[in-house]
Design a protein around this ligand. Structure first.
Ligand SMILES: [Zn+2]
Length: 274
């Protein structure tokens, strides 16, 4: 496993969340002997952490899934645990007698290991639901980009509803492009050869097609590389240059441009993108 400091310090987007979802896999199917929660902390906002602790003790995690940047863990006894990593959240596995530190807000202790959620900045969120069927906050989620339901119709209708927005802003909207964040949006627009600040209504049909194809491609390749083992995305991706001082376009070898678009630091190549 390779964790470059740059990859590890950036905000998790869909492929990083997929990687963190798998960190808890060793605990699936094993009983929670003791659950510990810092239930008054901000990460539990809107959730009864005590009820979570009581309900999960004695139960087993059965399966998990990811949707956009959210994770859902289903437990026996009709219990559901949602985790959003925010900026600094991490799921990891520790020893069975793990003693939680200040930032280890949730520890699900099993006989052979502990499933731990750590979040120093607490912009992540832990949610809990007890009841038959998936929680309300998980229903009505937009289609996953790597699913058939994310098709040209969905994509075009979403863009049409935001025709005045810069394309980068639309790509960051989680109800249209679930799981896309700052680095993936820049990667997509660089590949589609479209300026991040370009208004949606100014996009040509050809540019729209290119953005749709690049979105599917970047998501698929990210899940195949970093979603699997957190190895870096391929060397010729924009992400490796994006935050570097003197970062260059992987194609033209000329310096990238930087500006704030949609409130986020954005990088692009003025030779590639128009
Ligand atoms: Zn270029």
């Amino acid at each position: 496993m390779h964790l470059s400091p740059q990859l590890f310090s950036r905000m998790p987007e869909l492929a990083e969340v997929e990687w963190f979802r798998k960190r808890w896999e060793p605990g699936i199917g094993h009983k929670i002997v003791e659950a510990k929660a810092h239930s008054r902390k901000y990460v539990f906002r809107g959730t009864d952490g005590e009820s979570l602790r009581r309900n999960l003790t004695g139960q087993k995690p059965l399966r998990s899934k990811r949707s956009g940047k959210q994770m859902l863990f289903e437990f026996s006894g009709d219990n559901w645990l949602g985790i959003h990593l925010g900026m600094t959240g991490k799921t990891h596995i520790e020893s069975p007698n793990f003693q939680p530190g200040k930032h280890d807000h949730l520890v699900l202790g099993q006989r052979d290991r502990s499933m731990v959620f750590t979040d120093p900045r607490q912009l992540g969120q832990v949610r809990f639901h007890h009841g038959k069927g998936e929680p309300d906050w998980w229903k009505d989620r937009p289609p996953e980009i790597n699913s058939r339901n994310f098709d040209r119709k969905f994509f075009d209708e979403f863009l049409d509803r935001h025709s005045k927005a810069p394309i980068k802003a639309a790509l960051l909207m989680q109800n249209g492009f679930p799981g896309i964040g700052n680095w993936m949006a820049d990667e997509i627009l660089w590949r589609a050869k479209v300026l991040p600040s370009k208004r949606i209504r100014k996009l040509s049909p050809r540019e729209r097609s290119a953005i749709f194809r690049a979105t599917k491609w970047v998501v698929r390749r990210s899940l195949e590389t970093l979603g699997q083992d957190f190895s870096d995305p391929p060397k010729n991706w924009l992400i490796h240059q994006k935050w570097k001082r003197g970062g260059i376009c992987p194609i033209h070898r000329t310096p990238l441009k930087h500006a704030t678009v949609a409130g986020r630091t954005t990088a692009w190549c003025s030779a590639c993108q128009h």
